[in-house]
Design a protein around this ligand. Structure first.
Ligand code: HEM
Length: 480
């Protein structure tokens, strides 16, 4: 299958704001933070659920309603799930190795199959859960010592989990070399627009980087080097360990040691590319949103902690097996995925404005409130309000292949943090959160992160500190 040719796409695109010559709807595209609110408002103003924009020649279809997303992405996936020509990202940044950016086709199928297999529910349960648990408990220990460094501890936890699963690499410090390389790519992507004038006039990609106005070339050079280092360094390290016979089994060892599933791409290169796509900062963003919600909604936090005390007690930490008995905490995980969007609007071919879907007033009551009870059955709604996972993890052929893993990782981190800590707002005022999400960049590729907010984290009961220390020692022994 090939990417959708431009003329075909344009012919079928829905209505949208009037376009200016050359730049199209660039000025209409919301920017400056919390863009989803503006997309939502625009959809409402135009009276349509599907809005079309042309940004510097790139097509963007914003889907504001769940049904519209299902119709286009689940049922017409072969048209709307591909990617357009991405001059900046794929040709200048050199990201054509990256599954997320790939148009539908043989390479997409081969990479997607591997990621899907490695993160299917049975593999997550049998192999990844123990690593999630180890790194979650290690995060609790660090948070006990330095509670004012929550974002840093969450990043280390997420990075360490992924590095262990993908490369069999045990992260033991905040400045781990491989996590630092992946973070450097994420940080550069956060600052650099994934779209520019080269997407309109592709010939400009041949401009030399010293040419006045060719800042995009200089940024792209940095990105090319950073993303090559990010893939190459851990790959080379594992290759050496395989040669010495001391490699820990991981996704990359399995790939290196089997035949390449993609004709024309050697097994080593395939392994490096498949592994490179797995590092995701998105669970960190979701957990920061969770912490913010807990500081703003103390009654929700207390309700969850009552359940944890009843089901788990105070002599141990929560486990995956407790989830069945903790429906309120499970609903709190759902609400974390719904309350604030974390996946970038992406601006590739279709952007599910999943925030609009997840805040649709015809579906969710008081959608901007954080309320885990909304998923409980009521006489009017016997199945409760809909599970937001569907919209939060995307649709059709591009649905997030890491969703089972992400859901488990979120559950355990949330349950454990609630169990041992009290998270509060030091200013004790619900009004104060002037938090912004997102950067306003056109074609953003990194997750949406809330801007820094004040919080206070303290142990919830006197034995909490010992509990996390003892648990850490036990799990380290079990996984060594
Ligand atoms: C809270 C956590 C997460 C959320 C909300 C989330 C959400 C999403 C969404 C909405 C997409 C679809 C993007 C599109 O339509 O183009 C996606 C794609 C993807 N996600 Fe996740 N994700 C999460 C965590 C993860 C994790 C932990 C991994 C790593 C295993 C992962 C791996 C991927 C990959 C590889 C894709 C690209 C799939 C493709 O293009 O075919 N995600 N994710």
């Amino acid at each position: 299958m090939t990417p959708v040719p431009d003329y075909k796409v344009r012919k079928h695109f829905p209505p949208g704001p009037r376009q200016q010559p050359l730049v199209g709807n660039l000025k209409d595209i919301p920017s400056g933070g919390n863009e989803w609110d503006a997309y939502e408002a625009l959809g409402k103003k135009c009276g349509i659920d599907v809005v079309y924009f042309n940004a510097l020649g790139s097509h963007l279809v914003v889907l504001n309603k769940f049904e519209a997303a299902r119709e286009l992405l689940d049922k017409k996936g072969s048209i709307y799930s591909s990617r357009p020509r991405l001059v900046m990202i794929n040709e200048l940044w050199g990201w054509d190795w990256n599954l997320i950016m790939m148009p539908l086709g043989k390479a997409f199928q081969a990479y997607r199959k591997v990621v899907q297999q490695e993160f299917q529910p049975s593999v997550v349960a049998e192999s990844h859960r123990i690593i999630i648990a180890r790194e979650t408990i290690a995060m609790l220990g660090r948070l006990m010592k330095t509670p004012d460094r929550l974002p840093e501890h969450l990043k280390q936890m997420a990075g360490a989990t992924i590095m262990a699963i993908t490369y069999g690499h045990h992260v033991t410090s905040a400045d781990d070399e491989f996590v630092a390389l992946a973070e450097a790519v994420r940080e550069h992507a956060e600052k650099t627009p994934g779209s520019s004038i080269v997407d309109v006039i592709p010939l400009l990609k041949y401009l030399p980087s010293w040419f006045p106005g060719a800042q995009f070339q200089r940024d792209a050079e940095i990105m090319r080097r950073l993303s090559l280092d990010m893939r190459l360094a851990p790959y080379n390290a594992v290759k050496k360990l395989i040669d010495y016979g001391t490699a820990v089994p991981s996704i990359i060892t399995r790939l290196i040691q089997s035949e390449s599933p993609l004709e024309g791409v050697p097994a080593g290169e395939f392994a490096m590319n498949a592994a490179g796509v797995i590092y995701s900062g998105i669970t960190v963003s979701a957990l920061l949103n969770f912490a913010l919600a807990m500081s703003l909604y103390p009654e929700v936090q207390e309700r969850a902690q009552q359940d944890l005390d009843r089901v788990v007690g105070r002599d141990r930490l929560p486990t995956f097996e407790d989830r069945q008995e903790l429906p309120y905490v499970s609903n709190l995980v759902k609400e974390t995925l719904r309350w604030k969007a974390v996946s970038p609007l992406a601006l590739l071919l279709t952007a599910r404005c999943n925030s609009a879907m997840l805040h649709d007033e015809s579906v969710y009551t008081s959608p901007h409130e954080f309320d885990p009870n909304r998923y409980n059955p009521t006489p009017k709604r016997p199945t409760g309000e809909p599970d937001p996972s569907r919209a939060a993890f995307g649709f059709g052929r591009r649905i997030c292949p890491g969703r089972y893993f992400a859901d488990d990782a979120l559950f355990l981190a949330i349950a454990c943090m609630l169990h041992v800590f009290k998270i509060s707002d030091p200013s004790e005022s619900r009004e104060r959160a002037q938090v912004q999400w997102s950067s306003g960049l056109v074609r953003r590729v990194s997750p949406l992160v809330p801007s820094p907010f004040p919080y206070k984290i303290i142990p919830r009961f006197s034995g909490a500190q010992d509990l996390s220390r003892v648990s850490e020692r036990c799990i380290m022994k079990a996984t060594r």
